[in-house]
Design a protein around this ligand. Structure first.
Ligand code: ZN
Length: 115
């Protein structure tokens, strides 16, 4: 692995920060909406309004899903730092370029394998 300790701690700090941001966002999404049932009760029988509530709820769900994916990647990257395998492509085993890690600290594959 070709990453020096200072860069590693810089990237770890970035990952920890991203983890905190994503977790806060997930928490906000989880407590913000009460689900479509609650929305239906609030809005009565206005169908347009109900449809919009459902759409917003579904958008929240897909946002939540992508945040979950991001959080998983971040946790995996942190785990790989602990394991000493960080910066190595999990597909082909070659070093992930430092520029790529700087741009995307949670990357676990090289650019070629990611495509
Ligand atoms: Zn690769």
């Amino acid at each position: 692995m070709s990453i020096d300790a200072s860069l590693l701690s810089e990237l770890r700090a970035k990952l920890e920060e991203e983890k905190g941001t994503v977790e806060a966002e997930l928490k906000r999404l989880g407590s913000d909406h009460e689900g479509p049932d609650a929305a239906f009760k609030d809005r009565g029988s206005d169908e347009d309004s109900n449809a919009q509530e459902v759409t917003e709820f579904q958008e929240d769900l897909s946002l939540e899903a992508s945040l979950e994916t991001t959080l998983g990647d971040v946790k995996e990257a942190l785990q790989r730092m602990d394991d000493g395998t960080y910066g190595v492509c999990e597909e082909c085993g070659s070093d992930i370029p430092v520029e790529r890690l700087r741009a995307l600290p949670r990357a676990t594959t090289c650019v070629t394998c990611n495509e």
